[in-house]
Design a protein around this ligand. Structure first.
Ligand code: SF4
Length: 401
């Protein structure tokens, strides 16, 4: 008997299918008849056993089944088809703004391990309704590629976990943070969160690691208004309770998005709440108010207000609470550091390989020279020539010729 054990994969049977789950949130089905080809099998949570077969043969055959079904991977929460990006996927982690690693030429490196969200905020800048795909990245791959970039930068680094969704949907987030913190030169891991998936256990685990800060989006203290903003799944009471618990143990910055006419009246209550729970954790920065901005592929429930108006509101509150609210990079010790050399120039013609669909309908993901290039409005397959239309921050867009 051969037993194949997995950390990230789970198994359960469903009528004529074996359901294989990845990171607990994603899954695909395999017809049991296909598995019969390997041999009689039995499953446990993270194990599959085959009878009368050599181990090497079982591994080879089972891996083949996994790789031939992985394209059917679905996010069980959002029901969207999901791209799994791993060491052998042939998809680099730099080049896209939607996933992977983004280096904007500072000592802060953005990590986007997962897309998709459990909420449906009225202001969401990555309106999930306009995305037809989700993305999840293998933890080990993300850590390895991040490590290379940290070594290149050779300075103290903040790893910022955010992206197009809720990072705590990533089942291995605590392990990811542990891996990141162990890398020489990583001084802080900051994580964006809506707080609804946090538990005391998760907070305790993160607090033990010391160098972690949560950027916690509480957009209203009034439960009803908070639910109006966060959507029907938003549990305001839980989010606030977890913020209170976390603030006692680790760095927490409350990061509300302010939409004038919707929650600007809550700014004072949010300040009171942040002070009451002890947000900041010895840092003078307790709240980072964000001005609602309109995005082409975001939800746009209102107009953005001009920055001078937003800043004058913040100045009022700064005076009242005797604290800094108009923040810039220096408040977060963000400094300019060389970004990785770009392998393409703007307007350069490059041969790229299209590897799949992007998150937005009509968009394709292509690769060349160890970077991802996003191709909007593209219906091609295979190798194509593209003109590079954007290179800023090693985020590349292209136009098929
Ligand atoms: S929590 Fe963030 S990602 Fe999720 S819907 Fe709200 S704004 Fe969008």
């Amino acid at each position: 008997m051969v037993v194949l054990k997995f950390e990230s994969l789970g198994f359960r049977e469903e009528k004529k299918y074996l359901v294989v789950s990845l990171y607990k949130l994603f899954s695909f089905k395999v017809d049991k008849k296909i598995l019969d080809d390997i041999g009689k099998f039995r499953i446990k949570k993270h194990e599959i056993e085959f009878e009368n077969i050599k181990e090497s043969r079982a591994i080879k055959k089972f891996n083949f089944i996994i790789s031939s079904h992985i394209n059917n991977l679905t996010n069980d929460l959002t029901k969207k088809n999901t791209i799994y990006i791993h060491q052998n996927s042939g998809i680099p982690l730099m080049g896209s703004n939607s996933f992977g690693i983004v280096d904007r030429g500072t000592n802060l490196i953005e990590l986007k391990p997962i897309s998709g969200c459990n909420l449906d905020c009225i202001y969401c800048s990555v309106n999930q309704d306009k995305r037809t795909k989700d993305i999840v990245i293998e933890r080990e791959y993300l850590v390895e590629e991040f490590k290379k970039l940290v070594e290149f930068k050779d300075c103290k680094i903040e790893a910022h976990i955010g992206g197009q969704g809720e990072p705590f949907l990533y089942n291995e987030i605590v392990e990811l943070v542990k891996d990141l913190i162990q890398i020489k030169n990583v001084k802080l891991v900051s994580i964006d969160t809506n707080g609804t998936l946090l538990t005391k256990n998760i907070i305790d685990e993160l607090a033990k690691l010391k160098k972690v800060r949560l950027n916690y989006s509480i957009n209203a203290i009034n439960y009803e208004l908070a639910k109006e903003i966060g959507g029907k799944n938003y549990n305001a009471e839980h989010a606030q309770n977890m913020a209170r618990y976390a603030a006692k143990k680790m760095g927490v910055m409350i990061t509300p998005v302010i939409i004038f006419g919707v929650n600007d009246k809550e700014m004072g209550s949010i300040m009171d709440f942040a002070i009451d729970i002890g947000a900041g954790n010895n840092s003078p920065i307790k709240v980072g108010f964000q001005n609602f901005l309109r995005y082409r592929f975001g939800k746009n429930p209102a107009k953005s207000i001009p920055w001078p108006e937003f800043h004058s509101k913040l100045k009022e509150l700064e005076k009242k609470y005797n604290t800094r609210l108009i923040l810039d990079e220096t408040d977060f010790k963000i400094t300019k550091v060389d970004e990785l050399p770009k392998p393409f120039k703007k307007d350069e013609i490059v041969k790229v390989k299209i590897v799949g669909d992007g998150r937005i309908p009509g968009e394709k993901i292509a690769v060349a020279r160890d970077r991802v290039i996003t191709l909007p409005d593209c219906n091609k397959k295979g190798n194509v020539n593209v003109k590079i239309t954007r290179t800023k921050h090693n985020i590349f867009m292209g136009e098929v010729l």
